[in-house]
Design a protein around this ligand. Structure first.
Ligand SMILES: Nc1ncnc2c1ncn2[C@@H]1O[C@H](COP(=O)(O)OP(=O)(O)OP(=O)(O)O)[C@@H](O)[C@H]1O
Ligand SMILES: [Mg+2]
Length: 411
């Protein structure tokens, strides 16, 4: 508020003029902007960390998978190694999630058994909510498959469980359940937001503080939070809502102050299950070949594990940690090299420049680029022409074997 005194010719005060401006909207916008900037920098940070993290996951997954293939499925060690692989893949999913958040990377829906997905997360969720809260998991009987990116399920459950934890003052219980359910036309007539069809219902209930009707109408809004400053960003449920809608599902909430809360998530049944995941623990034999591959990767431990994997698939590998080394190897072995497989981001020279140099020695050499960033690939439109292939880090042994064969077999 600003004010001035209005005086007459003699200088005596006659009246006041004052201007008042309501700053509420500006203040709200300012906080939202700060919030958006925070998310932006978190995203940039996440993107940077994900690069190194992906390389390390590549090493872990590579060795674990290699070891797994040497151990008989009946041995206890086999199950231990499988746990390492599972955890590694889950970590890779989370990194992907971070990248998705940072760069709006596209999701990769696949057929998914929610019983398995939730079961696999149980331990992690338990740690997330702490010891005072009991976590109950009721898997569904003969549960149908859904089609979804597994990291989205992780994200949904983590958000709902953290909210439930925050709603429970001291001790309490969080119950997660899954079951099949079918909506007919009459049911949908009563519930406008629902479409008829077959769904898998995932419920997350808590016996915490609950919410009044007013709060319930706003919970899915981005930045809506009742938590004190610095405690909540109000993005949790907005993300959950986004993920559910992206997969053509529905979300519902039942709650009453003092009587806990139940979130219901309906995900459409996936019927075109082409091939079920193998459950007998054995793996299909990997694709192989006799060719020679020039492999370039600046992280030595990662170079070593990829080289070993390729050698196990029958290939001869010429390994280099720098582009300079790679060019020397290419000169020595010029006519023997069938494929150049190189990292994109390297000191000295990037993967594309290296490929140009190597192809100038022998234009027949095929190219396969490895990268943890989708952005690295997209920002190079000139290399998106035919005959150029990418594999996203970290990759599984199967991905590697399939991709290498695909590139080598291409006309
Ligand atoms: N299980 C629950 N019980 C009671 N209230 C809840 C529950 N889940 C969500 N809410 C209410 O909905 C609001 C929005 O939740 P949301 O997850 O979107 O944001 P947040 O938890 O406040 O912050 P963030 O998840 O971004 O850290 C919460 O602040 C809380 O008031
Ligand atoms: Mg939350």
């Amino acid at each position: 508020m600003t004010g001035t005194v209005v005086r007459d010719a003699a200088g005596d005060p006659q009246s006041y003029t004052a201007t008042a401006i309501d700053l509420t909207d500006r203040k709200t916008m300012e906080t939202q902007l700060q919030q958006a900037q925070k998310m932006e920098s978190v995203g940039r940070l996440a993107g940077g960390v994900a690069h190194d993290f992906n390389n390390m996951l590549g090493i872990i997954l590579g060795y674990a998978d290699m070891a797994l293939r040497q151990v008989d499925a009946a041995q206890p060690l086999h199950a231990d190694l499988e746990e390492i692989c599972n955890a590694g893949e889950r970590a890779a999913d989370l990194t992907r999630q971070l990248l998705a958040f940072a760069r709006k990377e596209v999701i990769e829906p696949r057929e998914l058994d929610l019983n398995g997905a939730v079961g696999g997360m149980h331990k992690m969720l338990g740690r997330l909510i702490g010891e005072n809260i009991c976590l109950v998991w009721n898997p569904g009987e003969d549960l149908w498959m859904v089609k979804m990116d597994p990291s989205q399920i992780d994200q949904i459950l983590a958000n709902l469980c953290v909210n439930a934890r925050d709603a429970i003052a001291n001790v309490g219980t969080i119950t997660i359940g899954a079951k099949n359910c079918t909506f007919d036309e009459t049911h949908c007539a009563d519930h406008v937001e629902f479409g008829p069809g077959e769904y898998v219902l995932l419920t997350v209930s808590d016996d915490g503080c609950g919410m009044d009707k007013e709060t319930q109408t706003r919970i899915f809004e981005p930045f809506f939070t009742t938590k004190e400053l610095g405690k909540g960003t109000g993005l949790g449920l907005a993300t959950v809502y986004g993920a559910v809608r992206q997969n053509n599902g529905f979300i519902n909430v039942h709650s009453e102050p003092g009587h806990g809360t139940t979130f219901e998530i309906y995900l459409p049944r996936c019927v075109d299950v082409a091939k079920q995941a193998r459950t007998d623990g054995t793996k299909e034999p990997l694709k192989r070949g006799p060719e020679t591959i020039l492999l370039v990767e600046d992280v030595p431990a990662l170079l070593k594990v990829i080289a070993r994997l390729l050698e196990k698939q029958g290939y001869t590998v010429l390994a280099a940690t720098t582009p300079g080394e790679a060019i020397n190897l290419a000169r020595e072995h010029a006519r023997d090299i069938h494929l150049l497989m190189t990292d994109v981001v390297m000191p000295e020279m990037n993967g594309y420049e290296l490929a140009e140099a190597v192809l100038s020695l022998d234009p027949q050499i095929k190219r396969l680029f490895m990268s943890g960033y989708a952005a690295d690939i997209i920002t190079q439109p000139d290399v998106m022409d035919e005959g150029v292939h990418f594999i996203r880090k970290p990759f599984s042994v199967e991905d590697l074997a399939d991709k290498v064969r695909k590139v080598l077999d291409e006309e």
